[in-house]
Design a binder for this molecule. Structure first.
Ligand code: ATP
Ligand code: ZN
Length: 284
């Protein structure tokens, strides 16, 4: 049995549960205040915690693995192992100053006060750059600190930057990039490691599938070579004869990034009746 900690309520909760669902792992329904549940079809117990508590719980072995933002792991300086990034909860941690303030580089913060909830990451960064600044730790609404004369700068999570702008701030240094990742305890037995491998295999096939589309198209036989050269399929496309004389059905998988370019080229090459579908899982 594997024990996994996920965020109880917040930005990572829904995506964490959805990820398990997409991996075919169904959790028993719980009431609002339940602290734990288990999966019906996988040897998994799930603990619902505040994200700040997840790294320590994994380090202490209360949970074997956890889904948490890299930023929280760095802040808590926990001795745990990153198993795999998950591609959601993406953000960066940046220093911002009031927009009219002149800022050259990190030395511009010498002797200044910086408000943050992430004092550990910030202190490390200042030490690395030999800058002495006062850190004012506050637990929330960091972006209002310069406006109420609490600090001359802030260090906080940024995703779109709109909160900074609406508080009259500009982003001047990106200190780290973060996303939700799976972290594990450092000393797990073989059975637990095998279960983690099994889980990661499923996650990889779900996440890879998100980047691709499955396409089906009808092609006159005399255009098959042309069309097949355009298709950057996983190996080579599947070609099947159509009921209609002189035509074939071509099936292939293409990357979302180049999707529209490829579709246009295929149409120009003579393909007709293109069907495109999402792929649920992909095992390479
Ligand atoms: P908890 O009650 O569990 O302590 P919280 O308020 O600390 O929750 P959330 O705001 O739910 O945390 O954010 C959880 C994580 O989501 C962050 O640590 C970060 O990794 C990620 N994240 C992604 N984008 C953002 C964003 N725009 N603001 C805050 N966190 C973000
Ligand atoms: Zn938190």
């Amino acid at each position: 049995m594997l024990t996994m900690a996920i965020q109880k309520k917040g930005r990572l909760s829904t995506s964490s549960i959805e990820l398990l669902e997409h991996c075919g792992i169904h959790l028993k329904k719980t009431g609002h205040d339940k602290l734990k549940t288990s999966a019906v079809n996988f040897p998994l117990e799930v603990l619902f915690l505040r994200d700040d508590d997840i790294p320590r719980c994994v380090e202490d072995g209360i949970a074997d693995i956890g889904i948490v933002g890299d930023n929280v792991v760095f802040e808590t300086a926990s001795d745990i192992e990153k198993v795999m990034p998950l591609g959601f909860g993406k953000c960066r941690m940046s220093i911002a100053v009031p927009k009219h303030v002149e800022y050259k580089d990190i030395t511009s913060l010498e002797g200044k006060r910086i408000a943050t909830s992430y004092d550990h990451i910030l202190q490390n960064y200042l030490d690395k750059n030999n800058v002495n600044a006062g850190i004012h730790k506050i637990s929330g609404s960091v972006e209002i600190a310069p406006g109420i004369n609490m600090s001359e700068a802030i260090f906080d999570i940024v995703s779109t930057g709109s909160t900074l702008i609406s508080n009259g701030l500009k982003e001047v240094e990106i200190i780290l990039e973060s996303e939700a990742s799976i972290y594990s305890n450092n000393s797990l037995d073989k059975d637990k490691k095998d279960l983690i491998d099994k889980l990661c295999f499923r996650i990889r096939s779900v996440n890879t599938a998100k980047d691709y589309k499955y396409i089906l198209l009808n092609v006159p036989n005399n255009k098959l070579d042309l069309v097949c050269n355009i298709l950057p399929g996983m190996k080579s496309p599947t070609i099947m004869p159509l009921g209609k004389e002189g035509w074939s059905s071509v099936h292939s998988v293409i990357n979302e990034d180049i999707f529209w370019d490829v579709i246009e080229q295929l149409k120009d090459a003579g393909a007709e009746s293109l069907l495109v579908t999402d792929i649920e899982k992909m095992i390479l």
